[in-house]
Design a protein around this ligand. Structure first.
Ligand SMILES: [Zn+2]
Length: 121
């Protein structure tokens, strides 16, 4: 099966791309709230690394997103980040430092010019 188990609505996809474009040339990152198998909102967070080749979700932004999601009966179920100069693939480092193994991971790759969004779950 190649169909992702978690659905990424078009408006969410667009907001992720907009955030990743705004942060260029650095990697952007953010968290995703999930409810009933659907991504219901996106929390753009600061990249504490401020780097074009790595990201760390800012801890204060992470807590803020968690509290907001829980207040609405959602849970955090995913993370996204961008590869300003690379493909929409999870790198070995991405896999190794994944915040939560069961989360979905969305990667936005700009290596081909047009942003490409891929979901890994
Ligand atoms: Zn990466």
């Amino acid at each position: 099966m190649t169909k992702p188990a978690v659905h990424l609505p078009e408006d969410i996809r667009r907001r992720i791309i907009e955030h990743c474009e705004a942060e260029l040339p650095n990697e952007a990152c953010g968290l995703l709230a999930v409810s009933d198998g659907e991504v219901v909102t996106v929390y753009p967070t600061r990249n504490a690394d401020r780097s074009p080749t790595s990201y760390t979700v800012d801890p204060a932004d992470h807590i803020g997103a968690l509290l907001d999601a829980e207040s609405k009966g959602w849970e955090l179920g995913g993370v996204y980040h961008s590869h300003p100069n690379g493909p929409a693939e999870l790198s070995d480092i991405d896999r190794a430092k994944a915040l939560e193994p069961e989360w979905i991971h969305v990667v936005v790759g700009f290596g081909g010019g047009e942003p490409e969004v891929r979901i890994f779950d």
